[in-house]
Design a protein around this ligand. Structure first.
Ligand code: NAD
Ligand code: UGA
Length: 472
């Protein structure tokens, strides 16, 4: 019979661990949920009495944290104690691309996962179900099992373990909605009782037919494949946007036309400045590495093309801005609207804004950056240089007020689809920019007629009419 889980420990209080455990705590008041992290500042921030200041911004998250924190949801740095108390442990730590050694630049760095497995091996008591929540290369469960097994051999203890794969499919910006209404929950494993124990938790709010059970390797590989397929759609539509601009076609019309075919579907066909986020690139590169490792170079090349197209596309946008501004942006002010990798998140990891801003700084532009949620320190880290308000070539500064960032600019480049950018008063903008000023809409969120009426030049992604009506 399945033993009901009473105490969960989640290792990793990041973008996945924090929101996922918050929702589990909310939906399962009978379970104690402890989220632990080695990063004490992050834990302090999760415990901030003002839940609007928790470290991750996700619509709806702070309200649930307010409801559950201190009741059955706890954030702490006492990893040892919480592992010992838990009957189920989620590993939700970072798995970035390796930067050195074998597989550098492609393979996932599993050092944090390995540390977790060793911590669990040392501190767990009795039977523990270890759940891989992080995105991992296929066959990682084998590594985890052998570390756990090693501890049994060396200590001759009464500990026992099951290892399950339960990848997370939430997208940032809609994490809470995705967790509450998932398309599916995937559980891979070998022991039915362990799978049942995890299913029981999800069954508190997820319908049974949405809980998929697979073997452990299919579950691990399905997560990488899902991200690869999603990213592939974006590179596909971005490649077509470049062709649209050359031919007179409009990428929005092409997307609508192909998306009406049920076999293709309408979602994930919005051409933009290139995909960002912490996972698409790293997960595809991981797939590329695995394909090479298993002697499948054609498979590796196929998926690597998705990342190459994305890199090319991001540089294409910065080059295009330079070209439109008479071939030089040196000493020109460019207002950058949006720095996060998508709207409704403060996450900037792999954001297209980073590469595009770096290119423009290299060309000598003066960037005036605005983002409703990203702070100055984060941008300094990402651009690897500090802000500066001396208006020197190749520098940047951040502005809290949207119109302050636009003031005196030669161009406005929209990189994130924040709602407030859809409401910009273009008549007001026309009075404060340096004419002839350009508006570049890489997210297709602007009503171009209003921009045009205000007398500004306008370009948008994948619009073949750019050349004709928008005074190239
Ligand atoms: P993150 O960097 O935001 O959080 C990971 C946390 O783990 C960090 O706070 C880090 O300090 C902590 N950590 C690392 N080693 C630890 C250890 N030994 N003990 C305690 N804490 C430790 O990462 P994330 O975005 O939450 O991603 C986690 C995993 O989930 C990755 O594998 C990622 O691919 C996957 N994933 C992420 C998303 C997403 O939207 N970000 C979605 C689905 C899956
Ligand atoms: C993505 C997946 O959507 C999640 O299912 C997955 O769990 C997660 O990665 C992960 O494993 O980390 P996320 O990166 O948070 O989620 O956000 P997405 O909505 O997928 O957007 C990724 C990037 O693609 C963003 O830069 C976004 O602007 C871009 N995008 C998305 C487009 O350019 N066009 C689209 O049509 C959709």
């Amino acid at each position: 019979m399945t033993k009901a889980i009473k105490n969960i420990c989640c290792i990793g209080a990041g973008y996945v661990g924090g929101p996922t455990m918050t929702v589990i705590a909310d939906k399962c008041p009978q379970i104690e949920v402890n989220v632990v992290d080695i990063n004490e500042d992050r834990i302090l921030a999760w415990n901030n009495p003002d839940t609007d200041k928790i470290p991750i911004f996700e619509p709806g998250l702070s309200e649930i944290v307010k409801r559950c924190r201190g009741v059955n949801l706890h954030f702490s740095s006492d990893i040892k104690k919480q592992i010992a108390n838990a009957d189920m442990i989620f590993i939700s730590v970072n798995t970035p691309t390796k930067t050195k050694g074998t597989g550098a630049g492609k393979a996932s760095d599993l050092k944090w996962v390995e540390v977790c497995a060793r911590q669990v091996a040392s501190h767990s008591i009795g039977h523990t179900i270890v759940v891989e929540k992080s995105t991992l290369p296929v066959r990682t469960a084998e590594v985890i099992k052998s570390i756990l097994q090693g501890s049994l051999n060396s200590q001759g203890s009464s500990k026992t373990f099951d290892v399950l794969s339960n990848p997370e499919f939430l997208a940032e910006g809609s994490a809470i909605e995705d967790l509450i209404n998932p398309d599916r929950v995937l559980i891979g494993g070998e022991n039915d009782l362990a799978i049942d124990a995890l299913s029981e938790i999800y069954l508190n709010w997820v319908p049974k037919n949405k809980i998929l059970r697979t073997n452990i390797w299919s579950s691990e590989l399905a997560k990488l494949t899902a991200n690869a397929f999603l990213a592939q759609r974006i590179s596909s539509i971005n490649s077509i946007s470049a062709l649209c601009e050359e031919t007179g076609a409009d990428v929005r019309e092409v997307a609508r036309a192909i998306g009406s075919d049920k076999r293709i579907g309408s979602r994930f066909l919005a051409s933009g400045p290139g995909f960002g986020g912490s996972c698409f690139k790293k997960d595809i590169l991981n797939l590329v590495y695995l394909s090479e490792f298993f002697g499948l170079p054609e498979v590796a090349n196929f998926w690597e093309g998705v990342v190459k197209l994305n890199d090319w596309h991001q540089h294409r946008i910065s080059k295009l801005v330079v070209k439109k501004l008479f071939g030089t942006v040196s000493g020109k002010k460019i207002s950058i609207l949006g720095f996060s990798f998508k709207a409704n998140t403060n996450d900037t990891r792999e954001s297209a804004a980073i590469k595009i801003c770096e290119d423009l700084l290299e060309e000598g532009a003066i960037l005036r950056i605005h983002d409703p949620k990203v702070n100055q320190g984060q941008i300094s880290n990402d651009l690897k240089c500090k802000s500066n308000n001396n208006n020197e070539e190749g520098t940047w500064n951040i502005y809290d007020d949207l119109y302050d960032s636009i003031n005196g600019s030669d161009a406005i480049l929209i990189l994130t689809e924040w709602n407030e950018y859809k409401q910009i008063n273009w008549q007001k903008v026309a009075k404060i920019v340096r004419n002839p000023a350009w508006v570049f809409d890489s997210r297709s969120i602007i009503d171009y007629e209003k921009v045009f009426k205000a007398g500004l030049c306008f370009w948008r992604i994948g619009d073949g009419l750019n050349k004709k009506i928008f005074k190239s």
